[in-house]
Design a binder for this molecule. Sequence first.
Ligand code: FAD
Length: 292
Amino acid sequence: MNIEHLLENKKVLFSMEVFPPKKTDSIETVYKSIYGLRSLTPDFISVTYGAGGSTTQRSKTVEIASLIKREYGIESVSHLTCIGATKEEIRKRLDDLKANNITNVLALRGDKEPEGACGKDFKHASDLVAFVHEEEPDFHIIGACYPEKHNEADTLEADIRSLRYKIDAGVSHLITQLFFDNEKFYDFMDKAESAGVNVPVEAGIMPLTRKNQIEKMVTLCGATIPAKLQKLVDRFGESDKAMEQAGIEYAISQIDDLLANNVRGIHLYSMNNVEISKKIAEAIKPLLDYIS
Ligand code: FAD
C-alpha cells in the first residue's frame, strides 16, 4: 500500500528513519540494520540525504531506499534536498528515483553549508516542493516541520506561516523535527491548525540514550529538555546501560501520551540502531494495534 493509501486507511502511521553509512562504515552495516528493522513492520522507512552536511552519503540514499522497497516490500521515502542544486540536477535525481520505483520524497531545503552557498534555482523547500509537484504529480511529497520553530525563524508563528507555502506547493504530509516535550508539539499543532495547516503530521521521536547527545539536540535541533528528562540524565547519565534504559522508557512514555492525544503518526529516528528501536516498537505495538 503506498503512503497516500496508508494515510487514508490507517488512523496512526508508524515509520522510521535510517541514514546511509558514515565514512568509516560499509553499506552492509546499514543493510544489516534495515534487515533487523523490517521485522518491526514500519509503514515506511525514510532514508536521509546528506544530513549534517555529509556529501559522501548522498549517492547511497536511493540505493538504500530501493533495497527497502525491493527486498522487504516496505514503502520507502527518499529525502531530497535542494540547497545549492540546479533544476537540472533535481530532474536527474527524480529520474533516478523513478528508475528505482521510488515515488515518495521528503522534500527539504537542507542545512546551509558553512560558507552559506545557496543555489539560485531553489531558495526554500517550498520551491523544491513546487518543482517536484509540477514534474511528478504522482509523487507523494512530505515536508519537514518544527514544533519548537526552525532555528532561522524569528517566531513559531512566522515559521508556521512559511509552512503554509510548502502545503500550497504540494506537500500532503509532514514529519516533525525531534522533540522531547509533548506540550511543545500540542501547542504547535494548535497553532498550525489555526493557521490552516491541515495535512497529517507525524511526530518525530528520538530516544536520548547517551548523556553526550544533549548538546547536539539542543544546539542543532533546538529541542527543549524537560525537567523530567533532565533528571533522568542527571541520575543515570554516567552509566551507558542505565541511560539507555531510561532514554528508551522516556521515549515510550512520550509516544504513549501522543497516541492518547490522537497523533496521526510516530516517526522514529532509529539512528540505525535495531536493539533500541525494537524495544520501543514492541512496547508501543499493543496501543498501535488497538488504535488501528
Ligand atoms: P524550509 O522549509 O525552506 O525552511 C527553512 C527556513 O526558511 C525556516 O526558518 C522557514 O521558516 C523559512 N522559510 C521557508 N519558506 C520561506 C519563505 N517562502 N519565505 C521566507 N522564509 C521561509 N537535512 C539534510 O540535509 N538531509 C536530510 O535528509 C534531512 N532530513 C530531515 C528530516 C526531517 C524530518 C527534518 C525535520 C529535518 C531534516 N533535515 C535534513 C534538516 C533540514 O534540511 C534543515 O532543518 C534545514 O535547515 C531546513 O529545511 P526545511 O526543508 O525545513 O527548509
